[in-house]
Ligand binder design. Structure first.
Ligand SMILES: [Fe+2]
Ligand SMILES: [Fe+2]
Length: 323
């Protein structure tokens, strides 16, 4: 795996978009009114190949970190605790869904199981990494705890999958932004693994959502999805504010940078995956200086494209770029 030096957002750097080759995907998406989706068998093949060598990858944790202050170390522990909780939730939801889906689509169930295993591997890495930071897994705060409790109670598949997709999107965005200023090799390695794999999980969850929607194409489902999408969009922007209080000293990302990146990536994904009929609020996007038409037309985060996922089958060959 190689890690590029921090780069500007693809939004600011059109040449990066061209280099990363997202144009073909965007065109195909637009032409089809949806993503160039791959079959469940294709995803299963990808995940099986990724699983073959997954546990061979180790974190280089021999060199201690020289923190600027104890507050910075605590902020790092808070940052990776949030990541740990996201992995824990992703793992259990994926495996629960796998058990349910097995009744009607055993192949998709196997894809969900292997996806959950990847999150479980991340959780194990984060447990090890938190100990290396001199921290541990902490009880969740009130707001985070309430959110995860509600999410764990969600029963409808489409609710769970849509929430997961939005989580993967902001997860890959957060890690990619944090990579921009991370310097210690172990921190960069941990962030690179998370960025690379969560980026792979975005188009995978687009596939899950599409398969789920086929089962319940009716209006009540669509209306519920819209309500969840808009509510979560706002909640995730709010979470950007909350996480700045706890983690900004570590990742050096401002609220404006993080919230704008969330709005951009959550907005663009759903504008381009138009068949989901989940359109972000124009007013909200404009508040962040984003133009819906531009987002829809732009090639977007090619690192979360199906093509990038295809290349990510061999983790060692993925180039992870900072935002
Ligand atoms: Fe993960
Ligand atoms: Fe993930």
């Amino acid at each position: 795996m190689s890690t590029n030096e921090p780069a500007a957002s693809t939004h600011d750097r059109p040449e990066l978009r061209a280099v990363e080759g997202g144009a073909a995907n965007a065109d195909a998406r637009r032409a089809q009114g949806g993503g160039p989706d791959r079959s469940t068998s294709w995803w299963l093949g990808m995940l099986r190949r990724r699983a073959e060598r997954m546990y061979d990858e180790k974190l280089p944790l021999d060199e201690p970190i020289a923190w600027a202050s104890e507050a910075e170390r605590q902020a790092a522990i808070a940052f990776f605790n949030a990541a740990y909780r996201a992995e824990e939730s992703g793992l259990s939801q994926a495996h629960e869904l796998a058990a349910e889906v097995a009744e009607w689509d055993p192949e998709l169930a196997e894809v969900l199981r292997l996806y959950g295993d990847e999150e479980g591997w991340h959780r194990a890495l984060l447990t090890e990494f938190l100990a290396y930071l001199g921290g541990d897994v902490r009880p969740m705060g009130r707001v985070t705890g309430t959110f995860y409790k509600l999410y764990a109670r969600a029963k409808r598949m489409e609710t769970i999958v849509l929430t997961n997709l939005m989580f993967e999107t902001i997860g890959s965005t957060t890690y990619r932004l944090a990579l921009r200023r991370a310097t210690h090799p172990a921190v960069r390695h941990m962030l690179t693994i998370l960025t690379r794999d969560e980026s792979f999980h975005v188009p995978l969850n687009v596939h899950f959502l599409r398969e789920t929607m086929k089962r319940r194409p009716g209006l009540p489902t669509r209306l519920r999805m819209k309500a969840i999408y808009h509510l979560l969009f706002l909640a995730l922007l709010g979470s950007a504010a909350a996480s700045r209080e706890r983690a900004a000293l570590f990742d050096k990302v401002t609220f404006k940078e993080l919230s704008t990146a969330y709005a951009e990536h959550l907005g663009r994904l759903f504008l381009q995956e138009a068949d989901f009929d989940l359109t972000p609020s124009t007013l909200l996007l404009r508040l962040f200086g984003l133009d819906p038409a531009e987002l829809r037309a732009s090639e977007g985060p090619s690192f979360t494209s199906v093509r990038a996922a295809e290349e990510a089958v061999d983790r060692t060959r993925v180039t992870v770029t900072a935002l």
